[in-house]
Unconditional design. Structure first.
Length: 265
C-alpha cells in the first residue's frame, strides 16, 4: 500500500497523472461486441457492385435493407438484426458451400470492436459515417481461440463440437480523408499494436473483427461462393446511428475508456 501511494504521489508531483490513469484503464479489455443474426442472402454487394449483380452470393448481417441499390440514407432508416438497435451498419461475407454446391446457412455473426496494444492509450475515433471497407485478412474457427487456414472439422470434443466459423479482421487506421477507395481498401491500413498507425493513415479507429458462424460442424472440403477458402473476405458499411457509435467508442475504447463494456444486449 505504501509503495503504491508513493508512486501515485511522485506521478502527481511530476505531472504524469494521465499516464498513470491510462495504465489503470488498460487493466480491463477495451472492447464491445454485438451479436447480429443472419438477415438475408443475395447476389448483391452495395460496395463493390452498386446497382448491378455482384460476382457471387453473400450472406448479410445487421442492416436488413442492404442490397445493390442501397444508399447511406436508405440504410440509416432501415432495421437491424443486431443486439443493439443503433447498429444499423451492414456486414456481409461470401456464403459457404458444400462440394455439391449446396449453400450452408449462416446463423449469426458477432462483431467485436476493440482497442488492443498501444491503441488502448490513444484517442480512438469512431468509424466516420458512410465509411466503406473490405478486408481479406481472415482465419477459420472452431472455438474462438482455435484457428485454421482451411474450413475445419469442429465436431470433436477437443474442438468443442462447435459450428464452423469464419473470422474477418478489418484495418483500424484511416487516412482521415476518404470514405472509400477504388479498391475499397487503400484508404485504410493495418496498424501495429506496438507502434500504432502509419503516418499515411494517422487516424486510429476500432479494430473490427467479424466472427461468422455457419450451420455445420464439419466443413472439410467446402468452398465459398467467391471460390477457394483463401478467397474469404468481409465487407463493412458504417451506417450506424453515428451518435451511438461515437458514445460507445468513447466509453469503451482507448484513452477515454471508463468501463469494460463486453457483450452488448
Amino acid at each position: 500500500m505504501r509503495k503504491t501511494a508513493f508512486v501515485i504521489m511522485i506521478a502527481l508531483v511530476a505531472g504524469t497523472w494521465t499516464a498513470v490513469s491510462s495504465t489503470a484503464a488498460g487493466a480491463f479489455e477495451h472492447r464491445f461486441s454485438l451479436r447480429c443474426s443472419a438477415s438475408h442472402m443475395a447476389v448483391d454487394d452495395p460496395i463493390v457492385s452498386p446497382g448491378t449483380d455482384a460476382s457471387h452470393l453473400h450472406v448479410f448481417f445487421g442492416n436488413v435493407s442492404a442490397e445493390r441499390f442501397s444508399t447511406y440514407a436508405s440504410m440509416r432508416t432501415a432495421g437491424t438484426t443486431c443486439s443493439v438497435d443503433g447498429d444499423t451498419a451492414g456486414y456481409w461475407v461470401p456464403t459457404l458451400q458444400a462440394p455439391d454446391g449446396t449453400v450452408v446457412a449462416a446463423s449469426h455473426a458477432t462483431a467485436y470492436y476493440r482497442a488492443i496494444g498501444i491503441f488502448k492509450t490513444m484517442a480512438i475515433s469512431a468509424f466516420p459515417a458512410d465509411l466503406r471497407m473490405i478486408s481479406s485478412r481472415h482465419e477459420w474457427l472452431c472455438k474462438d481461440s482455435q484457428t485454421f487456414s482451411e474450413p475445419p472439422n469442429c465436431g470433436t470434443k477437443e474442438r468443442g463440437f462447435r459450428n464452423v466459423g469464419l473470422r474477418v479482421v478489418f484495418a483500424s487506421c484511416w487516412d482521415g480523408i476518404n470514405l472509400d477507395a477504388a479498391d475499397h481498401r487503400s484508404h485504410l491500413a493495418f496498424g501495429s499494436t506496438r507502434r500504432g498507425c502509419p503516418a499515411s493513415h494517422p487516424v486510429p479507429m476500432p479494430r473490427l473483427a467479424l466472427n461468422v458462424r455457419f450451420g455445420i460442424q464439419d466443413a472439410r472440403g467446402f468452398v465459398l461462393s467467391s471460390g477457394e477458402p483463401a478467397t474469404a473476405h468481409g465487407d463493412f458499411w458504417n451506417t450506424w446511428d453515428q451518435a451511438e457509435l461515437e458514445r460507445l467508442v468513447a466509453r469503451c475504447l482507448g484513452i477515454t475508456a471508463v468501463v469494460h463494456c463486453g457483450s452488448l444486449k
